[in-house]
Design a protein around this ligand. Structure first.
Ligand SMILES: Nc1nc2c(ncn2[C@@H]2O[C@H](COP(=O)(O)OP(=O)(O)OP(=O)(O)O)[C@@H](O)[C@H]2O)c(=O)[nH]1
Ligand SMILES: [Mg+2]
Length: 404
């Protein structure tokens, strides 16, 4: 099951530009409000240091790619239409978009940190908009949407509880489409101090508090402070960081990343997503304008903020927020190959705490059925089915039904 990351935010903040930069698609971008009418789906990559250098092998990846010793593992990215106030109540197809956002495992909340977007979503003089208020507005939509779903289900939850189901199970069942688990509900109940209060006695305030916590726990979110390349952004960026001390705020220039990746595709520059530098390789083929743009990115984005932020935001979402480990199943633990001789063919992302049995299930249900144990490629030791996988584990799964 691949990881899904959703791009949310107000209109004109640069969600589609971010999406295009990360997926190299060409979804429509414009200066007009509400350009994106329907969600765009694409494949981006989480990038992590590959184990090939440690094992000193040349790999032939199948489900991922290895570039200069970095493993690029596909994840799904969803670009959503801009959210407006009242989206939770159905305004501007808001319900439909919030439902799609809720299918994501994590969210990137894109904000125009330069303050170039006014209240109506039009581009205006940089510095006029209020990125902090924008963050609160979008957050409110998400919380209200969760609250609405819970309110609608109140009588069903009461009935479920009367028939012996726990509150956790009942809510998880009802919100399955939003990928809510019983564990999410349990943590949200605890954090909102409602674990010992009868659901029937909850007040409106309790409902809201619980919805807030459930939103927080189930959809971990990074604030992407986009358009950092604009003069007015640095002040707002500091304000955002101060305002949201518990959130990760990533400075970002989606436009810079898009330009670098396109220049890289055309062979003008050498650049790896997320890197701090790029190198011009076709000096003579650049127009004055292109050269100016590249100099601008080097001075105003990379020198100031180390990176454009697009790849960094994705990596932080996958590896920090979702706490994914990368594991490499192989068939032959000495050669590190699959049945066809491909070296380190696959990289799987699994949440920390996952076991050998979880990996087997992820690869193939048949493999999981007859699972015996795994063999660790580094030590040659047997790992039991309940062994908790570590990041960068390379192992072979041994099963009576099939060998992975
Ligand atoms: N300076 C600057 N402009 C950007 C950046 N990212 C996007 N823009 C510009 O912001 C405008 C809106 O970009 P979009 O990507 O269409 O924004 P969106 O959030 O997808 O907008 P909706 O689809 O309407 O919700 C365009 O003019 C982009 O070129 C950035 O990093 N820096
Ligand atoms: Mg868009």
């Amino acid at each position: 099951m691949s990881i899904k990351i959703g791009l949310i935010g107000k209109t004109n903040t640069g969600k589609t530009t971010f999406f295009n930069a990360a997926t190299l698609q060409s979804a429509e971008v414009s200066t007009y409000p509400f350009t994106t009418k329907r969600p765009n789906y694409g494949i981006a990559n989480a990038i992590t240091l590959c184990v090939c250098r440690e094992f000193n092998v040349k790999d032939n990846p199948k489900n991922s790619r290895c570039i200069d010793g970095w493993r690029h593992i596909p994840i799904e990215l969803i670009d959503l239409p801009g959210l407006i106030k009242g989206a939770w109540a159905g305004k501007g197809l808001g319900n439909q978009f919030l439902a799609i956002a809720s299918e994501a495992d994590a969210l990137l909340h894109v904000v125009d940190v330069s303050g170039s977007v006014d209240e109506e979503g039009r581009l205006t003089e940089p510095g006029q908009g209020n990125p902090i208020a924008d963050v609160y507005d979008v957050e409110e939509e998400l919380v209200m949407w969760f609250l609405k779903l819970l309110d609608k289900s109140e009588s069903r939850i009461i009935k479920d509880i009367k028939s012996g189901k726990s509150l956790e199970e009942s809510v998880a069942d009802i919100l399955r489409g939003a990928k809510i688990t019983a564990e999410h509900v349990r943590v949200a109940l605890k954090q909102s101090g409602l674990e010992n209060k009868d659901f029937e006695n909850w007040t409106g305030m309790d409902d809201k508090k619980f919805a807030e916590k459930l939103r927080e726990v189930s959809k971990p979110t990074i604030i992407v402070a986009n358009k950092i390349d604009i003069e007015t952004a640095s002040k707002n960026f500091r304000l955002l960081v101060d305002q949201f001390p518990d959130k990760i705020v990533v400075p970002c220039s989606a436009e810079a990343e898009l330009l670098l990746r396109r220049a890289e595709q055309k062979g003008y520059i050498r650049y790896l997503p997320g890197e701090e530098t790029f190198e011009i390789i076709q000096e003579s083929s650049l127009t004055d304008k292109q050269r100016w743009a590249l100099d601008f990115i080097r001075d105003k984005v990379l020198k100031e903020y180390m990176r454009t932020g697009v790849q960094f935001a994705i990596n932080v979402a996958v590896f920090k927020l979702l706490r994914m480990n990368t594991v490499y199943p192989v068939y032959d633990v000495t050669k590190l190959t699959d049945r066809h001789g491909n070296v380190l063919p696959d990289a799987y992302l699994l949440p920390s705490g996952s076991t050998v049995a979880d990996l087997a299930k992820e690869i193939h249900s048949e493999l999981a059925k007859g699972l015996l144990y795994a063999i660790d490629a580094r030590t040659g030791l047997r790992l039991p089915a309940d062994y908790q996988l570590k990041d960068r584990d390379v192992l072979s799964i041994v099963s009576t039904t099939k060998r992975g």
